[in-house]
Write a protein that binds this ligand. Structure first.
Ligand code: AHR
Length: 521
C-alpha cells in the first residue's frame, strides 16, 4: 500500500537533507581575487573603439542621411546617432573598411558631391556607392562624436602614391599639392590622423597574399605614410585571423620595427562555418547560446597565443595587438539583403561584448585597441535604425556600462569560476575584469554566462577595503530578449543591489545571463 508520508515527516526530511527542497541546488560560488594594490597598466580607451564600413546601412542611413533629409542632421550626419554615440565615449573609429578599404579610392570621395564618381561595392551586395560620404564627411562625423580617426588604407588595389597622397591630403599643413586640394575643398586646417592601417585582411579580401609578400608590401607602403608636421601616425600592420599564428610570426620577424600595431580579427558564430547557416541572431535555443559564448571565449586563447609570439620579438611590448574586428556574426535578418549583414542584437550579444571586453582589459598590456564590428546596422551593432527611428542595442548598453574602464588602471585579478555546463560541455560561468579610475574608485565588471542560474561571486579585495558598493545590471527575461522599434527599452541597465560587503571584500549574486558593473569606494 502506498501510504503518503505525514507533513511532519516531510519537514524533518527536508531539514535533514536540504538539497531535496524544491529550489535547484545552489552552484558553488565563484571566487575572484582582485589585487587592488598591484595596478601598473593603463587600460587604453581605444579598447572601446568602433568600426564603420561602407557596408549595408552602416554609413548610408545609419550615419549619413544627407543635408536635405527630413531626419534631423548636422551637415548630413544624423543628430540622434551622434547624441547616442556621445553616451559611450567612442574613443576611436576605424573607416572605410574592412574589405571595402582595399577597393576604395579616396579621391572619389572628395570635392562637390554631385561630381563624385560612382563605384560598385563588390564585397557588400554589389550596390552602387555614390561616394557622398568621403574623407571630409568622415572627419566631420569623428569631430561630432569626439572620436579619433583610424584610417584603413588601400594596399590591395591602390598604389603607394595614392596612399601617400591621402595622408598628405589629410595631415599636411604645408603649401603642398594635396594640402591645397584639401583647402580648395573647404578644409583649411589639416586633420589629426593618429592611427593608420596599411591594408585590411591582406591574407583574404585585401589581396590573398602570403605573409612574406604582405610583410614586404607593408614596409613599402608604410615608408610613404609620412608624419607631416604636427601629426604622428601609429601604424597598424594587417595581422592574422583567429589562430593563424604563422602570419603573426612572419610579420613580427620581418617588420616589427616598422609597425606600432599588428591587427587580429576574430568573429564568434553560433555555428562556426563560413559556408552555410551561421545561426539566427534571435531564434535560438540554449545549444546556440552556449556555442556562441564558448566560441567567444576563444578570444582569450587567440590573444594569449598571438601575444606570446609578439613577446619573442618585442618583449618590451612596444607593438600593440589591435583587435580591429571582433564580435558576433549571425545569419542576416530574414528578408534583408544578404550582403548587408544586418542582424538583431540580444542579451546573448551583451554577454559576448562583456566577456570580450573583460578579456581585452585583462590583456591591456598588449591589447592597445579593439574595434567591434560594426557601429550601426551591421553585425554586432551599438545602434539600429529604420528611417527616422533609432534604437540602442544591448551591446550599446554594455559599452556604456564599461566606459568606467577607459584609461583606468587595470587591477590584476584571478577568477576561479563555477562551471556552466551544457550537455557534456562546460565553460566558466563567470568572467571579470577590474580597474581603478583616476578618482580612486574601483570598478569590477562581471558576466554570468549561465542562462539558467544566478552566480554567487565571493570577491577578495587585496590592498583595499570595500566601504561602499553600488552597481548596475543588464539582463533580460529571455536569452533572446532584445530592443525593437516597438519596444526600444526592453533591455536596458537597471540598479543592482544583490551584494554585501565582507571583511575581505564583497559577495555578489549575479542574475542568470547578466552583465554587472560594480563600483567600489
Ligand atoms: O566586418 C565585415 C567584414 O569582415 C570586413 O569587411 C572584413 O574585414 C571582415 O572579413
Amino acid at each position: 500500500m502506498n501510504a503518503k508520508p505525514s507533513v511532519l515527516a516531510l519537514i524533518s526530511l527536508c531539514a535533514a537533507f536540504p538539497i531535496l527542497a524544491a529550489d535547484p541546488p545552489a552552484a558553488a560560488a565563484s571566487k575572484l581575487v582582485i589585487h587592488a594594490d598591484e595596478g601598473k597598466i593603463t587600460i587604453s580607451k581605444n579598447i572601446y573603439g568602433q568600426f564603420s564600413e561602407h557596408l549595408g546601412r552602416c554609413i548610408y542611413g545609419g550615419i549619413w542621411v544627407g543635408e536635405d533629409s527630413k531626419i534631423p542632421n548636422t551637415r548630413g550626419i544624423r543628430n540622434d546617432v551622434v547624441a547616442a554615440l556621445k553616451g559611450i565615449k567612442v574613443p576611436v573609429l576605424r573607416w572605410p573598411g574592412g574589405c571595402f578599404a582595399d577597393e576604395y579610392h579616396w579621391r572619389d570621395g572628395i570635392g562637390p558631391r554631385a561630381q563624385r564618381p560612382k563605384m560598385i561595392n563588390t564585397h557588400w551586395g554589389g550596390v552602387t556607392e555614390d561616394n557622398a560620404f568621403g574623407t571630409h564627411e568622415f572627419m566631420d562625423f569623428c569631430e561630432q562624436i569626439g572620436a579619433e580617426p583610424c584610417i584603413c588604407g588601400n594596399v590591395g588595389s591602390g598604389t603607394v602614391q595614392e596612399m601617400m597622397e591621402w595622408v598628405e591630403y589629410m595631415t599636411s599643413d604645408a603649401d603642398s599639392p594635396m594640402a591645397n586640394l584639401r583647402r580648395k575643398n573647404g578644409r583649411d586646417q589639416p586633420w589629426k590622423v593618429p592611427y593608420f592601417a596599411v591594408g585590411n585582411e591582406s591574407w583574404g579580401c585585401g589581396g590573398n597574399m602570403r605573409p612574406e609578400f604582405y610583410a614586404d608590401n607593408f614596409k613599402r607602403y608604410n615608408t610613404f605614410v609620412k608624419n607631416y608636421r604636427g601629426n604622428r601616425i601609429y601604424r597598424v600592420a594587417c595581422g592574422a585571423s583567429d589562430s593563424n599564428y604563422n602570419w603573426t610570426e612572419v610579420l613580427m620577424s620581418n617588420a616589427a620595427r616598422q609597425m606600432n600595431g599588428l591587427s587580429l580579427h576574430y568573429y564568434s558564430l553560433p555555428i562556426q562555418t563560413w559556408n552555410g547557416s551561421k545561426g539566427s541572431a534571435t531564434d535560438f535555443k540554449e545549444d546556440q547560446w552556449f556555442s556562441t559564448l564558448s566560441h567567444s571565449l576563444r578570444m582569450e586563447e587567440f590573444v594569449t597565443k598571438h601575444s606570446a609570439i609578439m613577446d619573442q620579438y618585442d618583449p618590451q611590448k612596444r607593438v600593440g595587438l589591435i583587435v580591429d574586428e571582433w564580435g558576433a556574426w549571425y545569419d542576416v535578418e530574414p528578408g534583408t539583403n544578404p550582403g548587408f549583414l544586418f542582424q538583431q542584437n540580444t542579451v546573448r550579444d551583451a554577454l559576448v561584448a562583456g566577456a570580450n571586453l573583460n578579456i581585452f582589459n585583462n590583456h591591456a598590456e598588449r591589447v592597445k585597441m579593439a574595434n567591434i564590428a560594426q557601429m550601426i546596422n551591421v553585425l554586432q551593432s551599438m545602434i539600429l535604425t529604420d528611417q527616422e527611428k533609432m534604437l540602442l542595442t544591448p551591446t550599446y548598453h554594455v559599452f556604456e556600462m564599461y566606459t568606467v574602464h577607459q584609461e583606468a588602471t587595470l587591477l590584476p585579478s584571478e577568477m576561479q569560476s563555477a562551471d556552466y555546463t551544457f550537455g557534456s560541455q562546460k565553460i566558466p560561468a563567470v568572467n571579470a575584469s577590474a580597474s581603478r579610475d583616476p578618482a580612486g574608485k574601483i570598478h569590477v565588471s562581471l558576466c554570468n554566462l549561465n542562462p539558467n542560474a544566478p552566480a554567487e561571486v565571493a570577491c577578495e579585495l587585496q590592498g583595499a577595503t570595500a566601504k561602499r558598493l553600488s552597481g548596475r545590471v543588464l539582463t533580460g527575461t529571455e536569452m533572446n530578449a532584445r530592443n525593437t522599434f516597438a519596444q526600444p527599452d526592453a533591455v536596458k541597465p537597471a540598479a543592482f543591489t544583490a551584494f554585501k560587503t565582507t571583511a575581505t571584500g564583497f559577495t555578489a549574486t549575479l542574475p542568470a545571463k547578466s552583465v554587472v558593473v560594480l563600483e567600489v569606494e
